[in-house]
Design a protein around this ligand. Structure first.
Ligand code: PMV
Length: 331
């Protein structure tokens, strides 16, 4: 094997993914719905996979162990198996660094598993093309499948039992539309529940799960058309609808899944108030208390200043569309 380094940027879903397909093996990690995302500039994971005497994983310069390291090593096994090499996987040293807002609770799994998939595939001399690598990244984390491209990306739900058609593809490149996403960090409490367990609970107990799944394709089609037309108010309306539908589905689970804190709602109301004043921001939020706001480039700084003044807001990052991932191989 060789030594390879990959850089992949994180992404935020504008049309959300929540729920796994029924009766699919857990290891395939097949989503019940498609999703549409924006890859972000600056916020990224940089991962190196190199030959070693024994397996190890360092995250942000610190040795990692337990389930965190086990997930990474399991993913190396998947890439090795997909590559079809004979024999056991060689031992690897994996070093990953996340350039994400410090202590933001912003998930690193999207950029992390995308970078790991690309670096491992290159280290193992496996080049099936980005679509197949996107399907492989999905097995580490659903959102990682979308970080195989910059700009605006769609993850297809797919129908094949082996998941080979459940992969992302690029819709529009980084340069297509110079929008901004504000990441509004609010107070944190204990995390309600991890996304995999949360999705399972929603599927098993939420009366809104069926309608959530059934309406997602229409949101995707509408969002894709609004994106192609660079129509911010229409896209904004769809992304808010998708976000509130997902959170309604979560909240109606038993026991309820509530990721929001008081400050989350205060920020949402502030965004709506500011919108009535002409600052056009549109909210979305994931499995945590932070709020992300999509807006035009020329209103981003003003919106950020106004949202920093909301009580309970710790910081606001302003981020634009991000690039494709990169991979470098050394001997
Ligand atoms: O890919 P995961 O397991 O981190 O799940 C992502 C789920 C959401 O962030 C809530 C929505 C999404 O589409 O990213």
């Amino acid at each position: 094997m060789k030594s390879a380094r990959a850089v992949a940027h994180t992404n935020i879903a504008l049309v959300k993914y929540w729920g796994k397909r029924d009766a699919s093996p857990a290891d395939l990690n097949l989503p019940a719905v498609g999703s549409l995302s924006l890859t972000l500039d600056r916020l990224r994971s940089e991962t190196t996979v190199a030959p070693a005497e024994q397996d190890s994983f360092h995250l942000n310069q610190e040795p990692a162990s337990g389930e965190v390291a086990a997930k990474v090593l399991r993913h190396l096994d998947r890439v090795w198996q997909a590559a079809g090499h004979a024999g056991a996987r060689p031992a690897c040293e994996v070093r990953s660094h996340n350039y994400l807002p410090t202590a933001a609770g912003l998930a690193s799994s999207a950029s992390g598993f995308a970078a790991l998939t690309l670096a491992a595939a290159a280290a193992f001399d496996y080049d099936p093309g980005r679509p197949a690598l996107s399907a492989l990244a999905r097995r580490g984390s659903g959102s990682a499948a979308r970080s195989l491209w910059g700009g605006f990306v769609r993850l297809e739900r797919g129908v094949l039992p082996d998941g080979s058609d459940c992969r992302a593809y690029p819709l529009q490149p980084q340069s297509f539309w110079d929008v901004r996403l504000l990441i509004v960090h609010t107070e944190k409490g204990p995390k309600a529940i991890g996304s995999t367990a949360g999705m399972q609970r929603s599927r098993d107990t939420s009366p809104y799960y069926g309608p959530w799944v059934d309406t997602s394709e229409a949101d995707l089609a509408a969002a894709e058309a609004a994106l192609a037309a660079r129509d911010l108010p229409v896209l904004g309306d769809i992304l808010e609808h998708s976000c509130f539908k997902m959170h309604a589905c979560m909240m109606a689970s038993r026991p309820p899944i509530v990721y929001w804190r008081g400050a989350t709602l205060d920020v949402i109301h502030a965004v709506w108030r500011l919108r009535a004043e002409g600052l056009r921001g549109y909210v979305t939020s994931d499995a945590g208390p932070h709020v992300k706001v999509l807006c035009a480039q020329d209103q981003a700084d003003e919106l950020a200043v106004r949202l920093r003044a909301v009580s309970g807001v710790h910081a606001v990052d302003v981020v634009g569309p991000g690039p494709d991932p990169t991979v470098e191989v050394s001997a």
